[in-house]
Ligand binder design. Structure first.
Ligand code: ATP
Ligand code: ZN
Length: 210
């Protein structure tokens, strides 16, 4: 019998909930310690523990059959994968934020301004849609300190509670994208009986939580 592979985040905000979901589906496996791959003993499945950024491409390219990842990462990597099930955790928003008491009031005030982000693809599309011409500065982390350092006029970053923005003197200004964790699959895999079985288990776990 063939063995499916599911890619989940190895550590970070989605790791714990992803592991919990799979365990609640009755899957028995060792959690990530040092090995990248963990076999499931009671289902033809292997868990791959990866950085979240790599998950959409791994699934698109068929290195993994399935993955659990935030919609923000899927949109940023512009992959072609099947959305199998929204998972209801890892909720956050990609927001534009500006320094408190700054002169930017409307989206068009961003014309000619610079915006720091780790999501240049999503931001570029959003700005184009809104006819704003701004300079996108791509940085990989700590985006929220960039206005204070004089590196940008505004930021576009993931927000859940807003605490990080606040403590950096920033005010949310516009919503670019809402996101939550989603189970994705390689295109065409939706009708595989093992996938159907797994998704049914996921759905009953989610239903039991309601
Ligand atoms: P990795 O080491 O796997 O690349 P990371 O640092 O990119 O991890 P995390 O900070 O662990 O990512 O976030 C993983 C995902 O959790 C995000 O892509 C997003 O979908 C979701 N998320 C939920 N709330 C937040 C938040 N407040 N900030 C950032 N991400 C959040
Ligand atoms: Zn990441």
């Amino acid at each position: 019998m063939k063995t499916l592979k599911i890619a989940i985040q190895k550590s970070g905000r989605l790791n714990e909930k992803s592991v919990e979901l799979l365990k609640n589906c009755g899957l028995s496996f060792e959690n990530y310690k040092s090995s990248l791959i963990s076999p499931v003993s009671n289902f033809p499945l292997e868990i791959l523990f990866l950085r979240d950024d790599d998950i959409p491409e791994y699934v698109q390219d068929g290195i993994a059959d399935l993955g659990i990842v935030g919609e923000n990462v899927i949109n940023e990597t512009e992959v072609d994968v099947a959305y199998l099930q929204m998972l209801g955790f890892g909720k956050c928003s990609l927001k534009l934020a500006i320094p408190n008491q700054c002169s930017i009031k409307t989206l068009s005030d961003l014309n000619g301004k610079s915006i720091a982000t780790s999501y240049p693809v999503i931001l570029r599309k959003f700005l184009e849609k809104n006819f704003v011409q701004a300079d996108i500065r791509t940085i990989s982390g700590s985006v929220e300190i960039s206005p204070g350092l004089g590196l940008s006029d505004a930021i576009c970053d993931l927000v859940s509670t807003g605490g990080t923005l606040k403590s950096n003197g920033l005010t949310p200004f516009a919503d670019v994208l809402h996101s939550e964790a989603v189970m994705i699959g390689r295109k065409g895999i939706e009708n595989d009986p093992l996938i159907i079985e797994l998704i049914q288990r996921v759905q009953s776990v989610l239903r039991a939580k309601e």
